[in-house]
Design a protein around this ligand. Structure first.
Ligand code: FMN
Length: 182
């Protein structure tokens, strides 16, 4: 199962267009994180305390992530960062690390093929590179890793179609997906 964690604010924006192009012809689950409630992370690491419940939509999504073979993080670049919505989801991983029901959290994350799709309007292929590192380091912390990333250059909805590099890469990723299920 391929799962997309979509962190953009425009459901028909450039990030969605690019990600959908990558996945053309595939079966996938699209999770729009902006439609969910994600509360701020509770940091219980240094107290004699555990996480045993989540009072938001996180648990449903992390369960879907953990049963996926492939996860694509898809986010516009907002203030030289991944979107706050996507970051908020990632912050919750610290809770899961304190949740005795998820002893196998790292082991399961290590089996997933993670990819990252970013789109920005201000020299994103250079200025959004810290976002790639951020995701790679976050996954490394769990013993997992980022298999690949694609950064698109676009400002207004539809602009991404003019980014020939991103469009070509999307086609290449798409043919890799098709090849991997043959
Ligand atoms: C709040 C906000 C912050 C932004 N910050 C950046 C930025 O730091 N770097 C950048 O390259 N583009 C930035 N942009 C431009 C968007 O990344 C760009 O318009 C992108 O195409 C939006 O993706 P979307 O069409 O999927 O919504 C910002 C846009 C918004 C709304």
């Amino acid at each position: 199962m391929i799962t997309v964690l979509f962190g953009g604010s425009r459901e028909n924006g450039n990030t969605a267009t690019l990600t959908e192009k990558i996945l053309e012809g595939q079966d996938y689950r699209w999770i729009d994180l902006t439609q969910l409630t994600l509360k701020p992370v509770r940091d219980v690491r240094h107290y004699d305390s555990q996480i045993l419940e989540y009072n938001d939509d996180y648990q449903r999504v992390i369960d879907q992530v953990l049963e996926s073979d492939e996860v694509i993080f898809a986010s516009p670049v907002y203030w030289y960062s991944i979107s706050a919505t996507l970051k908020s989801f990632i912050d919750h991983w610290s809770e899961t690390l304190q949740d005795p029901r998820y002893q196998d959290f790292k082991a399961k994350m290590q089996k997933i093929n993670f990819r990252l799709v970013l789109v920005g309007g201000d020299s994103p292929r250079i200025k959004a590179l810290p976002c790639v590192q951020q995701i790679e380091y976050s996954l490394q912390f769990l013993g997992a890793h980022l298999a690949s990333y694609l950064i698109g250059y676009a400002e207004k909805p539809g602009d991404i179609e003019q980014d020939q590099y991103a469009m070509k890469e999307a086609e290449r990723w798409n043919s890799n997906f098709l090849a991997s299920i043959d």
